[in-house]
Design a protein around this ligand. Structure first.
Ligand SMILES: Nc1ncnc2c1ncn2[C@@H]1O[C@H](COP(=O)(O)OP(=O)(O)OP(=O)(O)O)[C@@H](O)[C@H]1O
Length: 530
């Protein structure tokens, strides 16, 4: 995935890499240019003027170097911003690709961790190391060329040592991969646990359990910090090993040069130059080796976000739906049977109720109808097509579901109904009328622009459910499953909503309820008992 993200931004990557290389070279040259000032010692005649001239030149060189350094830093920051946005986009695609069962295998905190901690981990382990390698390539290559120019044998020795060192990532890569995976999983668990603790704030407050709140945070913190420490320990081990090998490499090169000098095969002065060049060569190689190990370790985190290959789908795209038929449906959660041989038919425009004692499996049946649970036996037929053969997106154009825990986003009422889609205010008012929420909205000073706070805490339970109904109605979905969707509403309001829905000839209503009002029973075509 790293490759595809970098490829997607290839021109920016190229520009940033160029800035990095130019800036490195310019900084080296600027450092070297200071020696120009010493030429003044040998100046005769108008020495001060010449010295000032040299000083001006050196200043200009430094100004250019500093401007390049600034441009490089901005280019790098901009590049990191772009590729991090790309990465989050890919992670979001991965999340929406998951089906209902896959998504619910993990707590939602894990997905928050993907988009926060994992993005941070990948930045540290892959994106920044990638540019570190680019930054060091120039230094490594230039010091190698200089050594070859000094003496071919010294250059060949440096190449030999480089080949030897380049095996290190293969040797130590696995060590870092393991801790990298542990770090990513640990961060998921940390976010999951702290999210859960913070969500339970009211309970801790109600029962005066302040210390339990702090203790839970501390416990999660201990766990993640231990994992962080293990990661840093392994990383230090790798860095120390690489530094050790580099040191040996430098000693070998100096010894070889000394030997060549003793044998008069190279001038004695070369020893000093090789000392310097070997230093920059091995610091470049060392930084690159550490970065390559880090890059290898990040692969395991990228793996989590790999998208499935999109084959050509042969699934049925439903444009209309006349009926849904359940034939001999049985379902178990693990080994616990919940539904047994259910046979039901829902026809377009008709009104149904599903009744049954608590825990009998009414919500489970709804989830099967929506394709959320696939491990059933028997058949769910959308007209004549088995549900598993129907394109998922087309299922939700035909059928929708309002359960007891409607989720509302922070934002306006309008945005909570259109959910980013293009609906006119008139359409929104029409849907609100049908869900019996229009009077309430009209009485709000800000109307549709009223801001809904975190998960609708400034709305009553009934208002939240009516808003959810408006979302479904505006999308003209034909089949609406209301899973005790009116349970939080007083009897009169509940009846008003149900009456409105029952009177709409186009809608198919499947009401999952414990309380069937007499007035509603008369409007139902069929009551199924589960
Ligand atoms: N994800 C799950 N994993 C395991 N068991 C589950 C799961 N969801 C529900 N159950 C169990 O399956 C049974 C049926 O649950 P379901 O929610 O379908 O019942 P229900 O008839 O809708 O109940 P209620 O009227 O109280 O909402 C219950 O015993 C419940 O504990």
């Amino acid at each position: 995935m790293l490759r595809s993200i970098l490829y997607k931004n290839k021109w920016w990557v190229l520009f940033t890499s160029l800035c990095i290389i130019l800036s490195s070279l310019m900084m080296v040259y600027a450092g070297y240019s200071l020696s120009f000032l010493f030429r003044a010692i040998n100046y005769s005649g108008n020495a001060l003027n010449k010295l000032l001239n040299d000083a001006l030149n050196v200043t200009i060189i430094w100004i250019i170097a500093l401007i390049l350094l600034y441009i490089k830093n901005i280019a790098k920051a901009n590049m990191i911003r772009k590729i991090r946005k790309n990465l989050r986009n890919n992670i979001a695609l991965k999340i929406v690709e998951l089906n209902y069962e896959e998504f619910h295998k993990k707590d939602s905190g894990n997905y928050v961790s993907w988009l926060t901690s994992d993005v941070q981990q990948i930045t540290q382990q892959a994106f920044i190391p990638f540019f570190t390698i680019v930054e060091n390539i120039a230094t490594t290559i230039f010091s190698l060329i200089a050594m070859i120019k000094l003496n071919l044998f010294i250059g060949l020795t440096a190449i030999g040592l480089f080949v030897f060192i380049s095996v290190i990532p293969q040797l130590l890569g696995k060590l870092m991969t393991k801790v990298s995976k542990e770090l990513s999983i640990g961060q998921e668990k940390f976010v999951e646990k702290t999210k859960e603790t913070v969500m339970g704030y009211t309970i801790f407050k109600l029962y005066n359990l302040f210390s339990a709140f702090v203790e839970r945070v501390n416990h999660s913190s201990d766990t993640i910090e231990n994992i962080n420490f293990q990661y840093s320990r392994k990383q230090s081990l790798v860095e120390t090993f690489v530094a050790g090998v580099n040191l040996i490499g430098q000693v070998v090169l100096i010894v070889v040069t000394l030997y060549l000098a003793i044998e008069n095969l190279t001038p004695v002065g070369a020893v000093l130059s090789v000392g310097n060049l070997a230093g920059s060569f091995f610091s470049g190689v060392g930084a690159s080796v550490n970065s390559i190990i880090s890059l290898k370790a990040s692969k395991i985190v990228f793996e989590k976000f790999k998208l499935k290959k999109n084959g050509i789908t042969s699934k049925v795209d439903l444009n209309t739906l006349e009926s849904i038929t359940l034939e001999d449906i049985s379902f178990s959660y693990s080994d616990t049977p919940v539904l047994k041989n259910i046979n039901i038919k829902f026809e377009r425009g008709k009104k149904y109720a599903l009744v049954g004692a608590s825990g009998k499996g009414k919500s489970t049946l709804a989830k099967i109808l929506l394709g959320f649970l696939s491990n059933y036996s028997g058949k769910v037929l959308f007209d004549n097509n088995e549900l598993k053969e129907v394109l998922q997106s087309s299922i939700y154009r035909q059928i929708t579901y309002i359960d007891q825990n409607t989720y509302l986003f922070n934002g306006t009422i309008r945005n909570n109904i259109n959910l980013g889609e293009d609906f006119s205010d008139n359409e929104i008012y029409e849907a609100l009328k049908k869900s019996s929420l229009l009077d309430f909205i009209n009485n709000l000073p800000q109307g549709l622009d009223t801001i809904i706070e975190e998960n609708g805490k400034n709305l009553s339970g009934g208002q939240r459910q009516r808003l959810a109904l408006a979302r479904a109605i505006i999308r003209k979905v034909q089949f609406i499953i209301i899973d005790e969707g009116t349970s939080a509403i007083d009897k009169e309001s509940a009846l008003e909503i149900e009456r409105n829905l029952m009177d709409d000839k186009n809608l198919t209503i499947i009401l999952i309820t414990h309380n069937l009002h007499n007035e509603i029973i008369d409007k139902l075509d069929c009551v199924y008992e589960i």
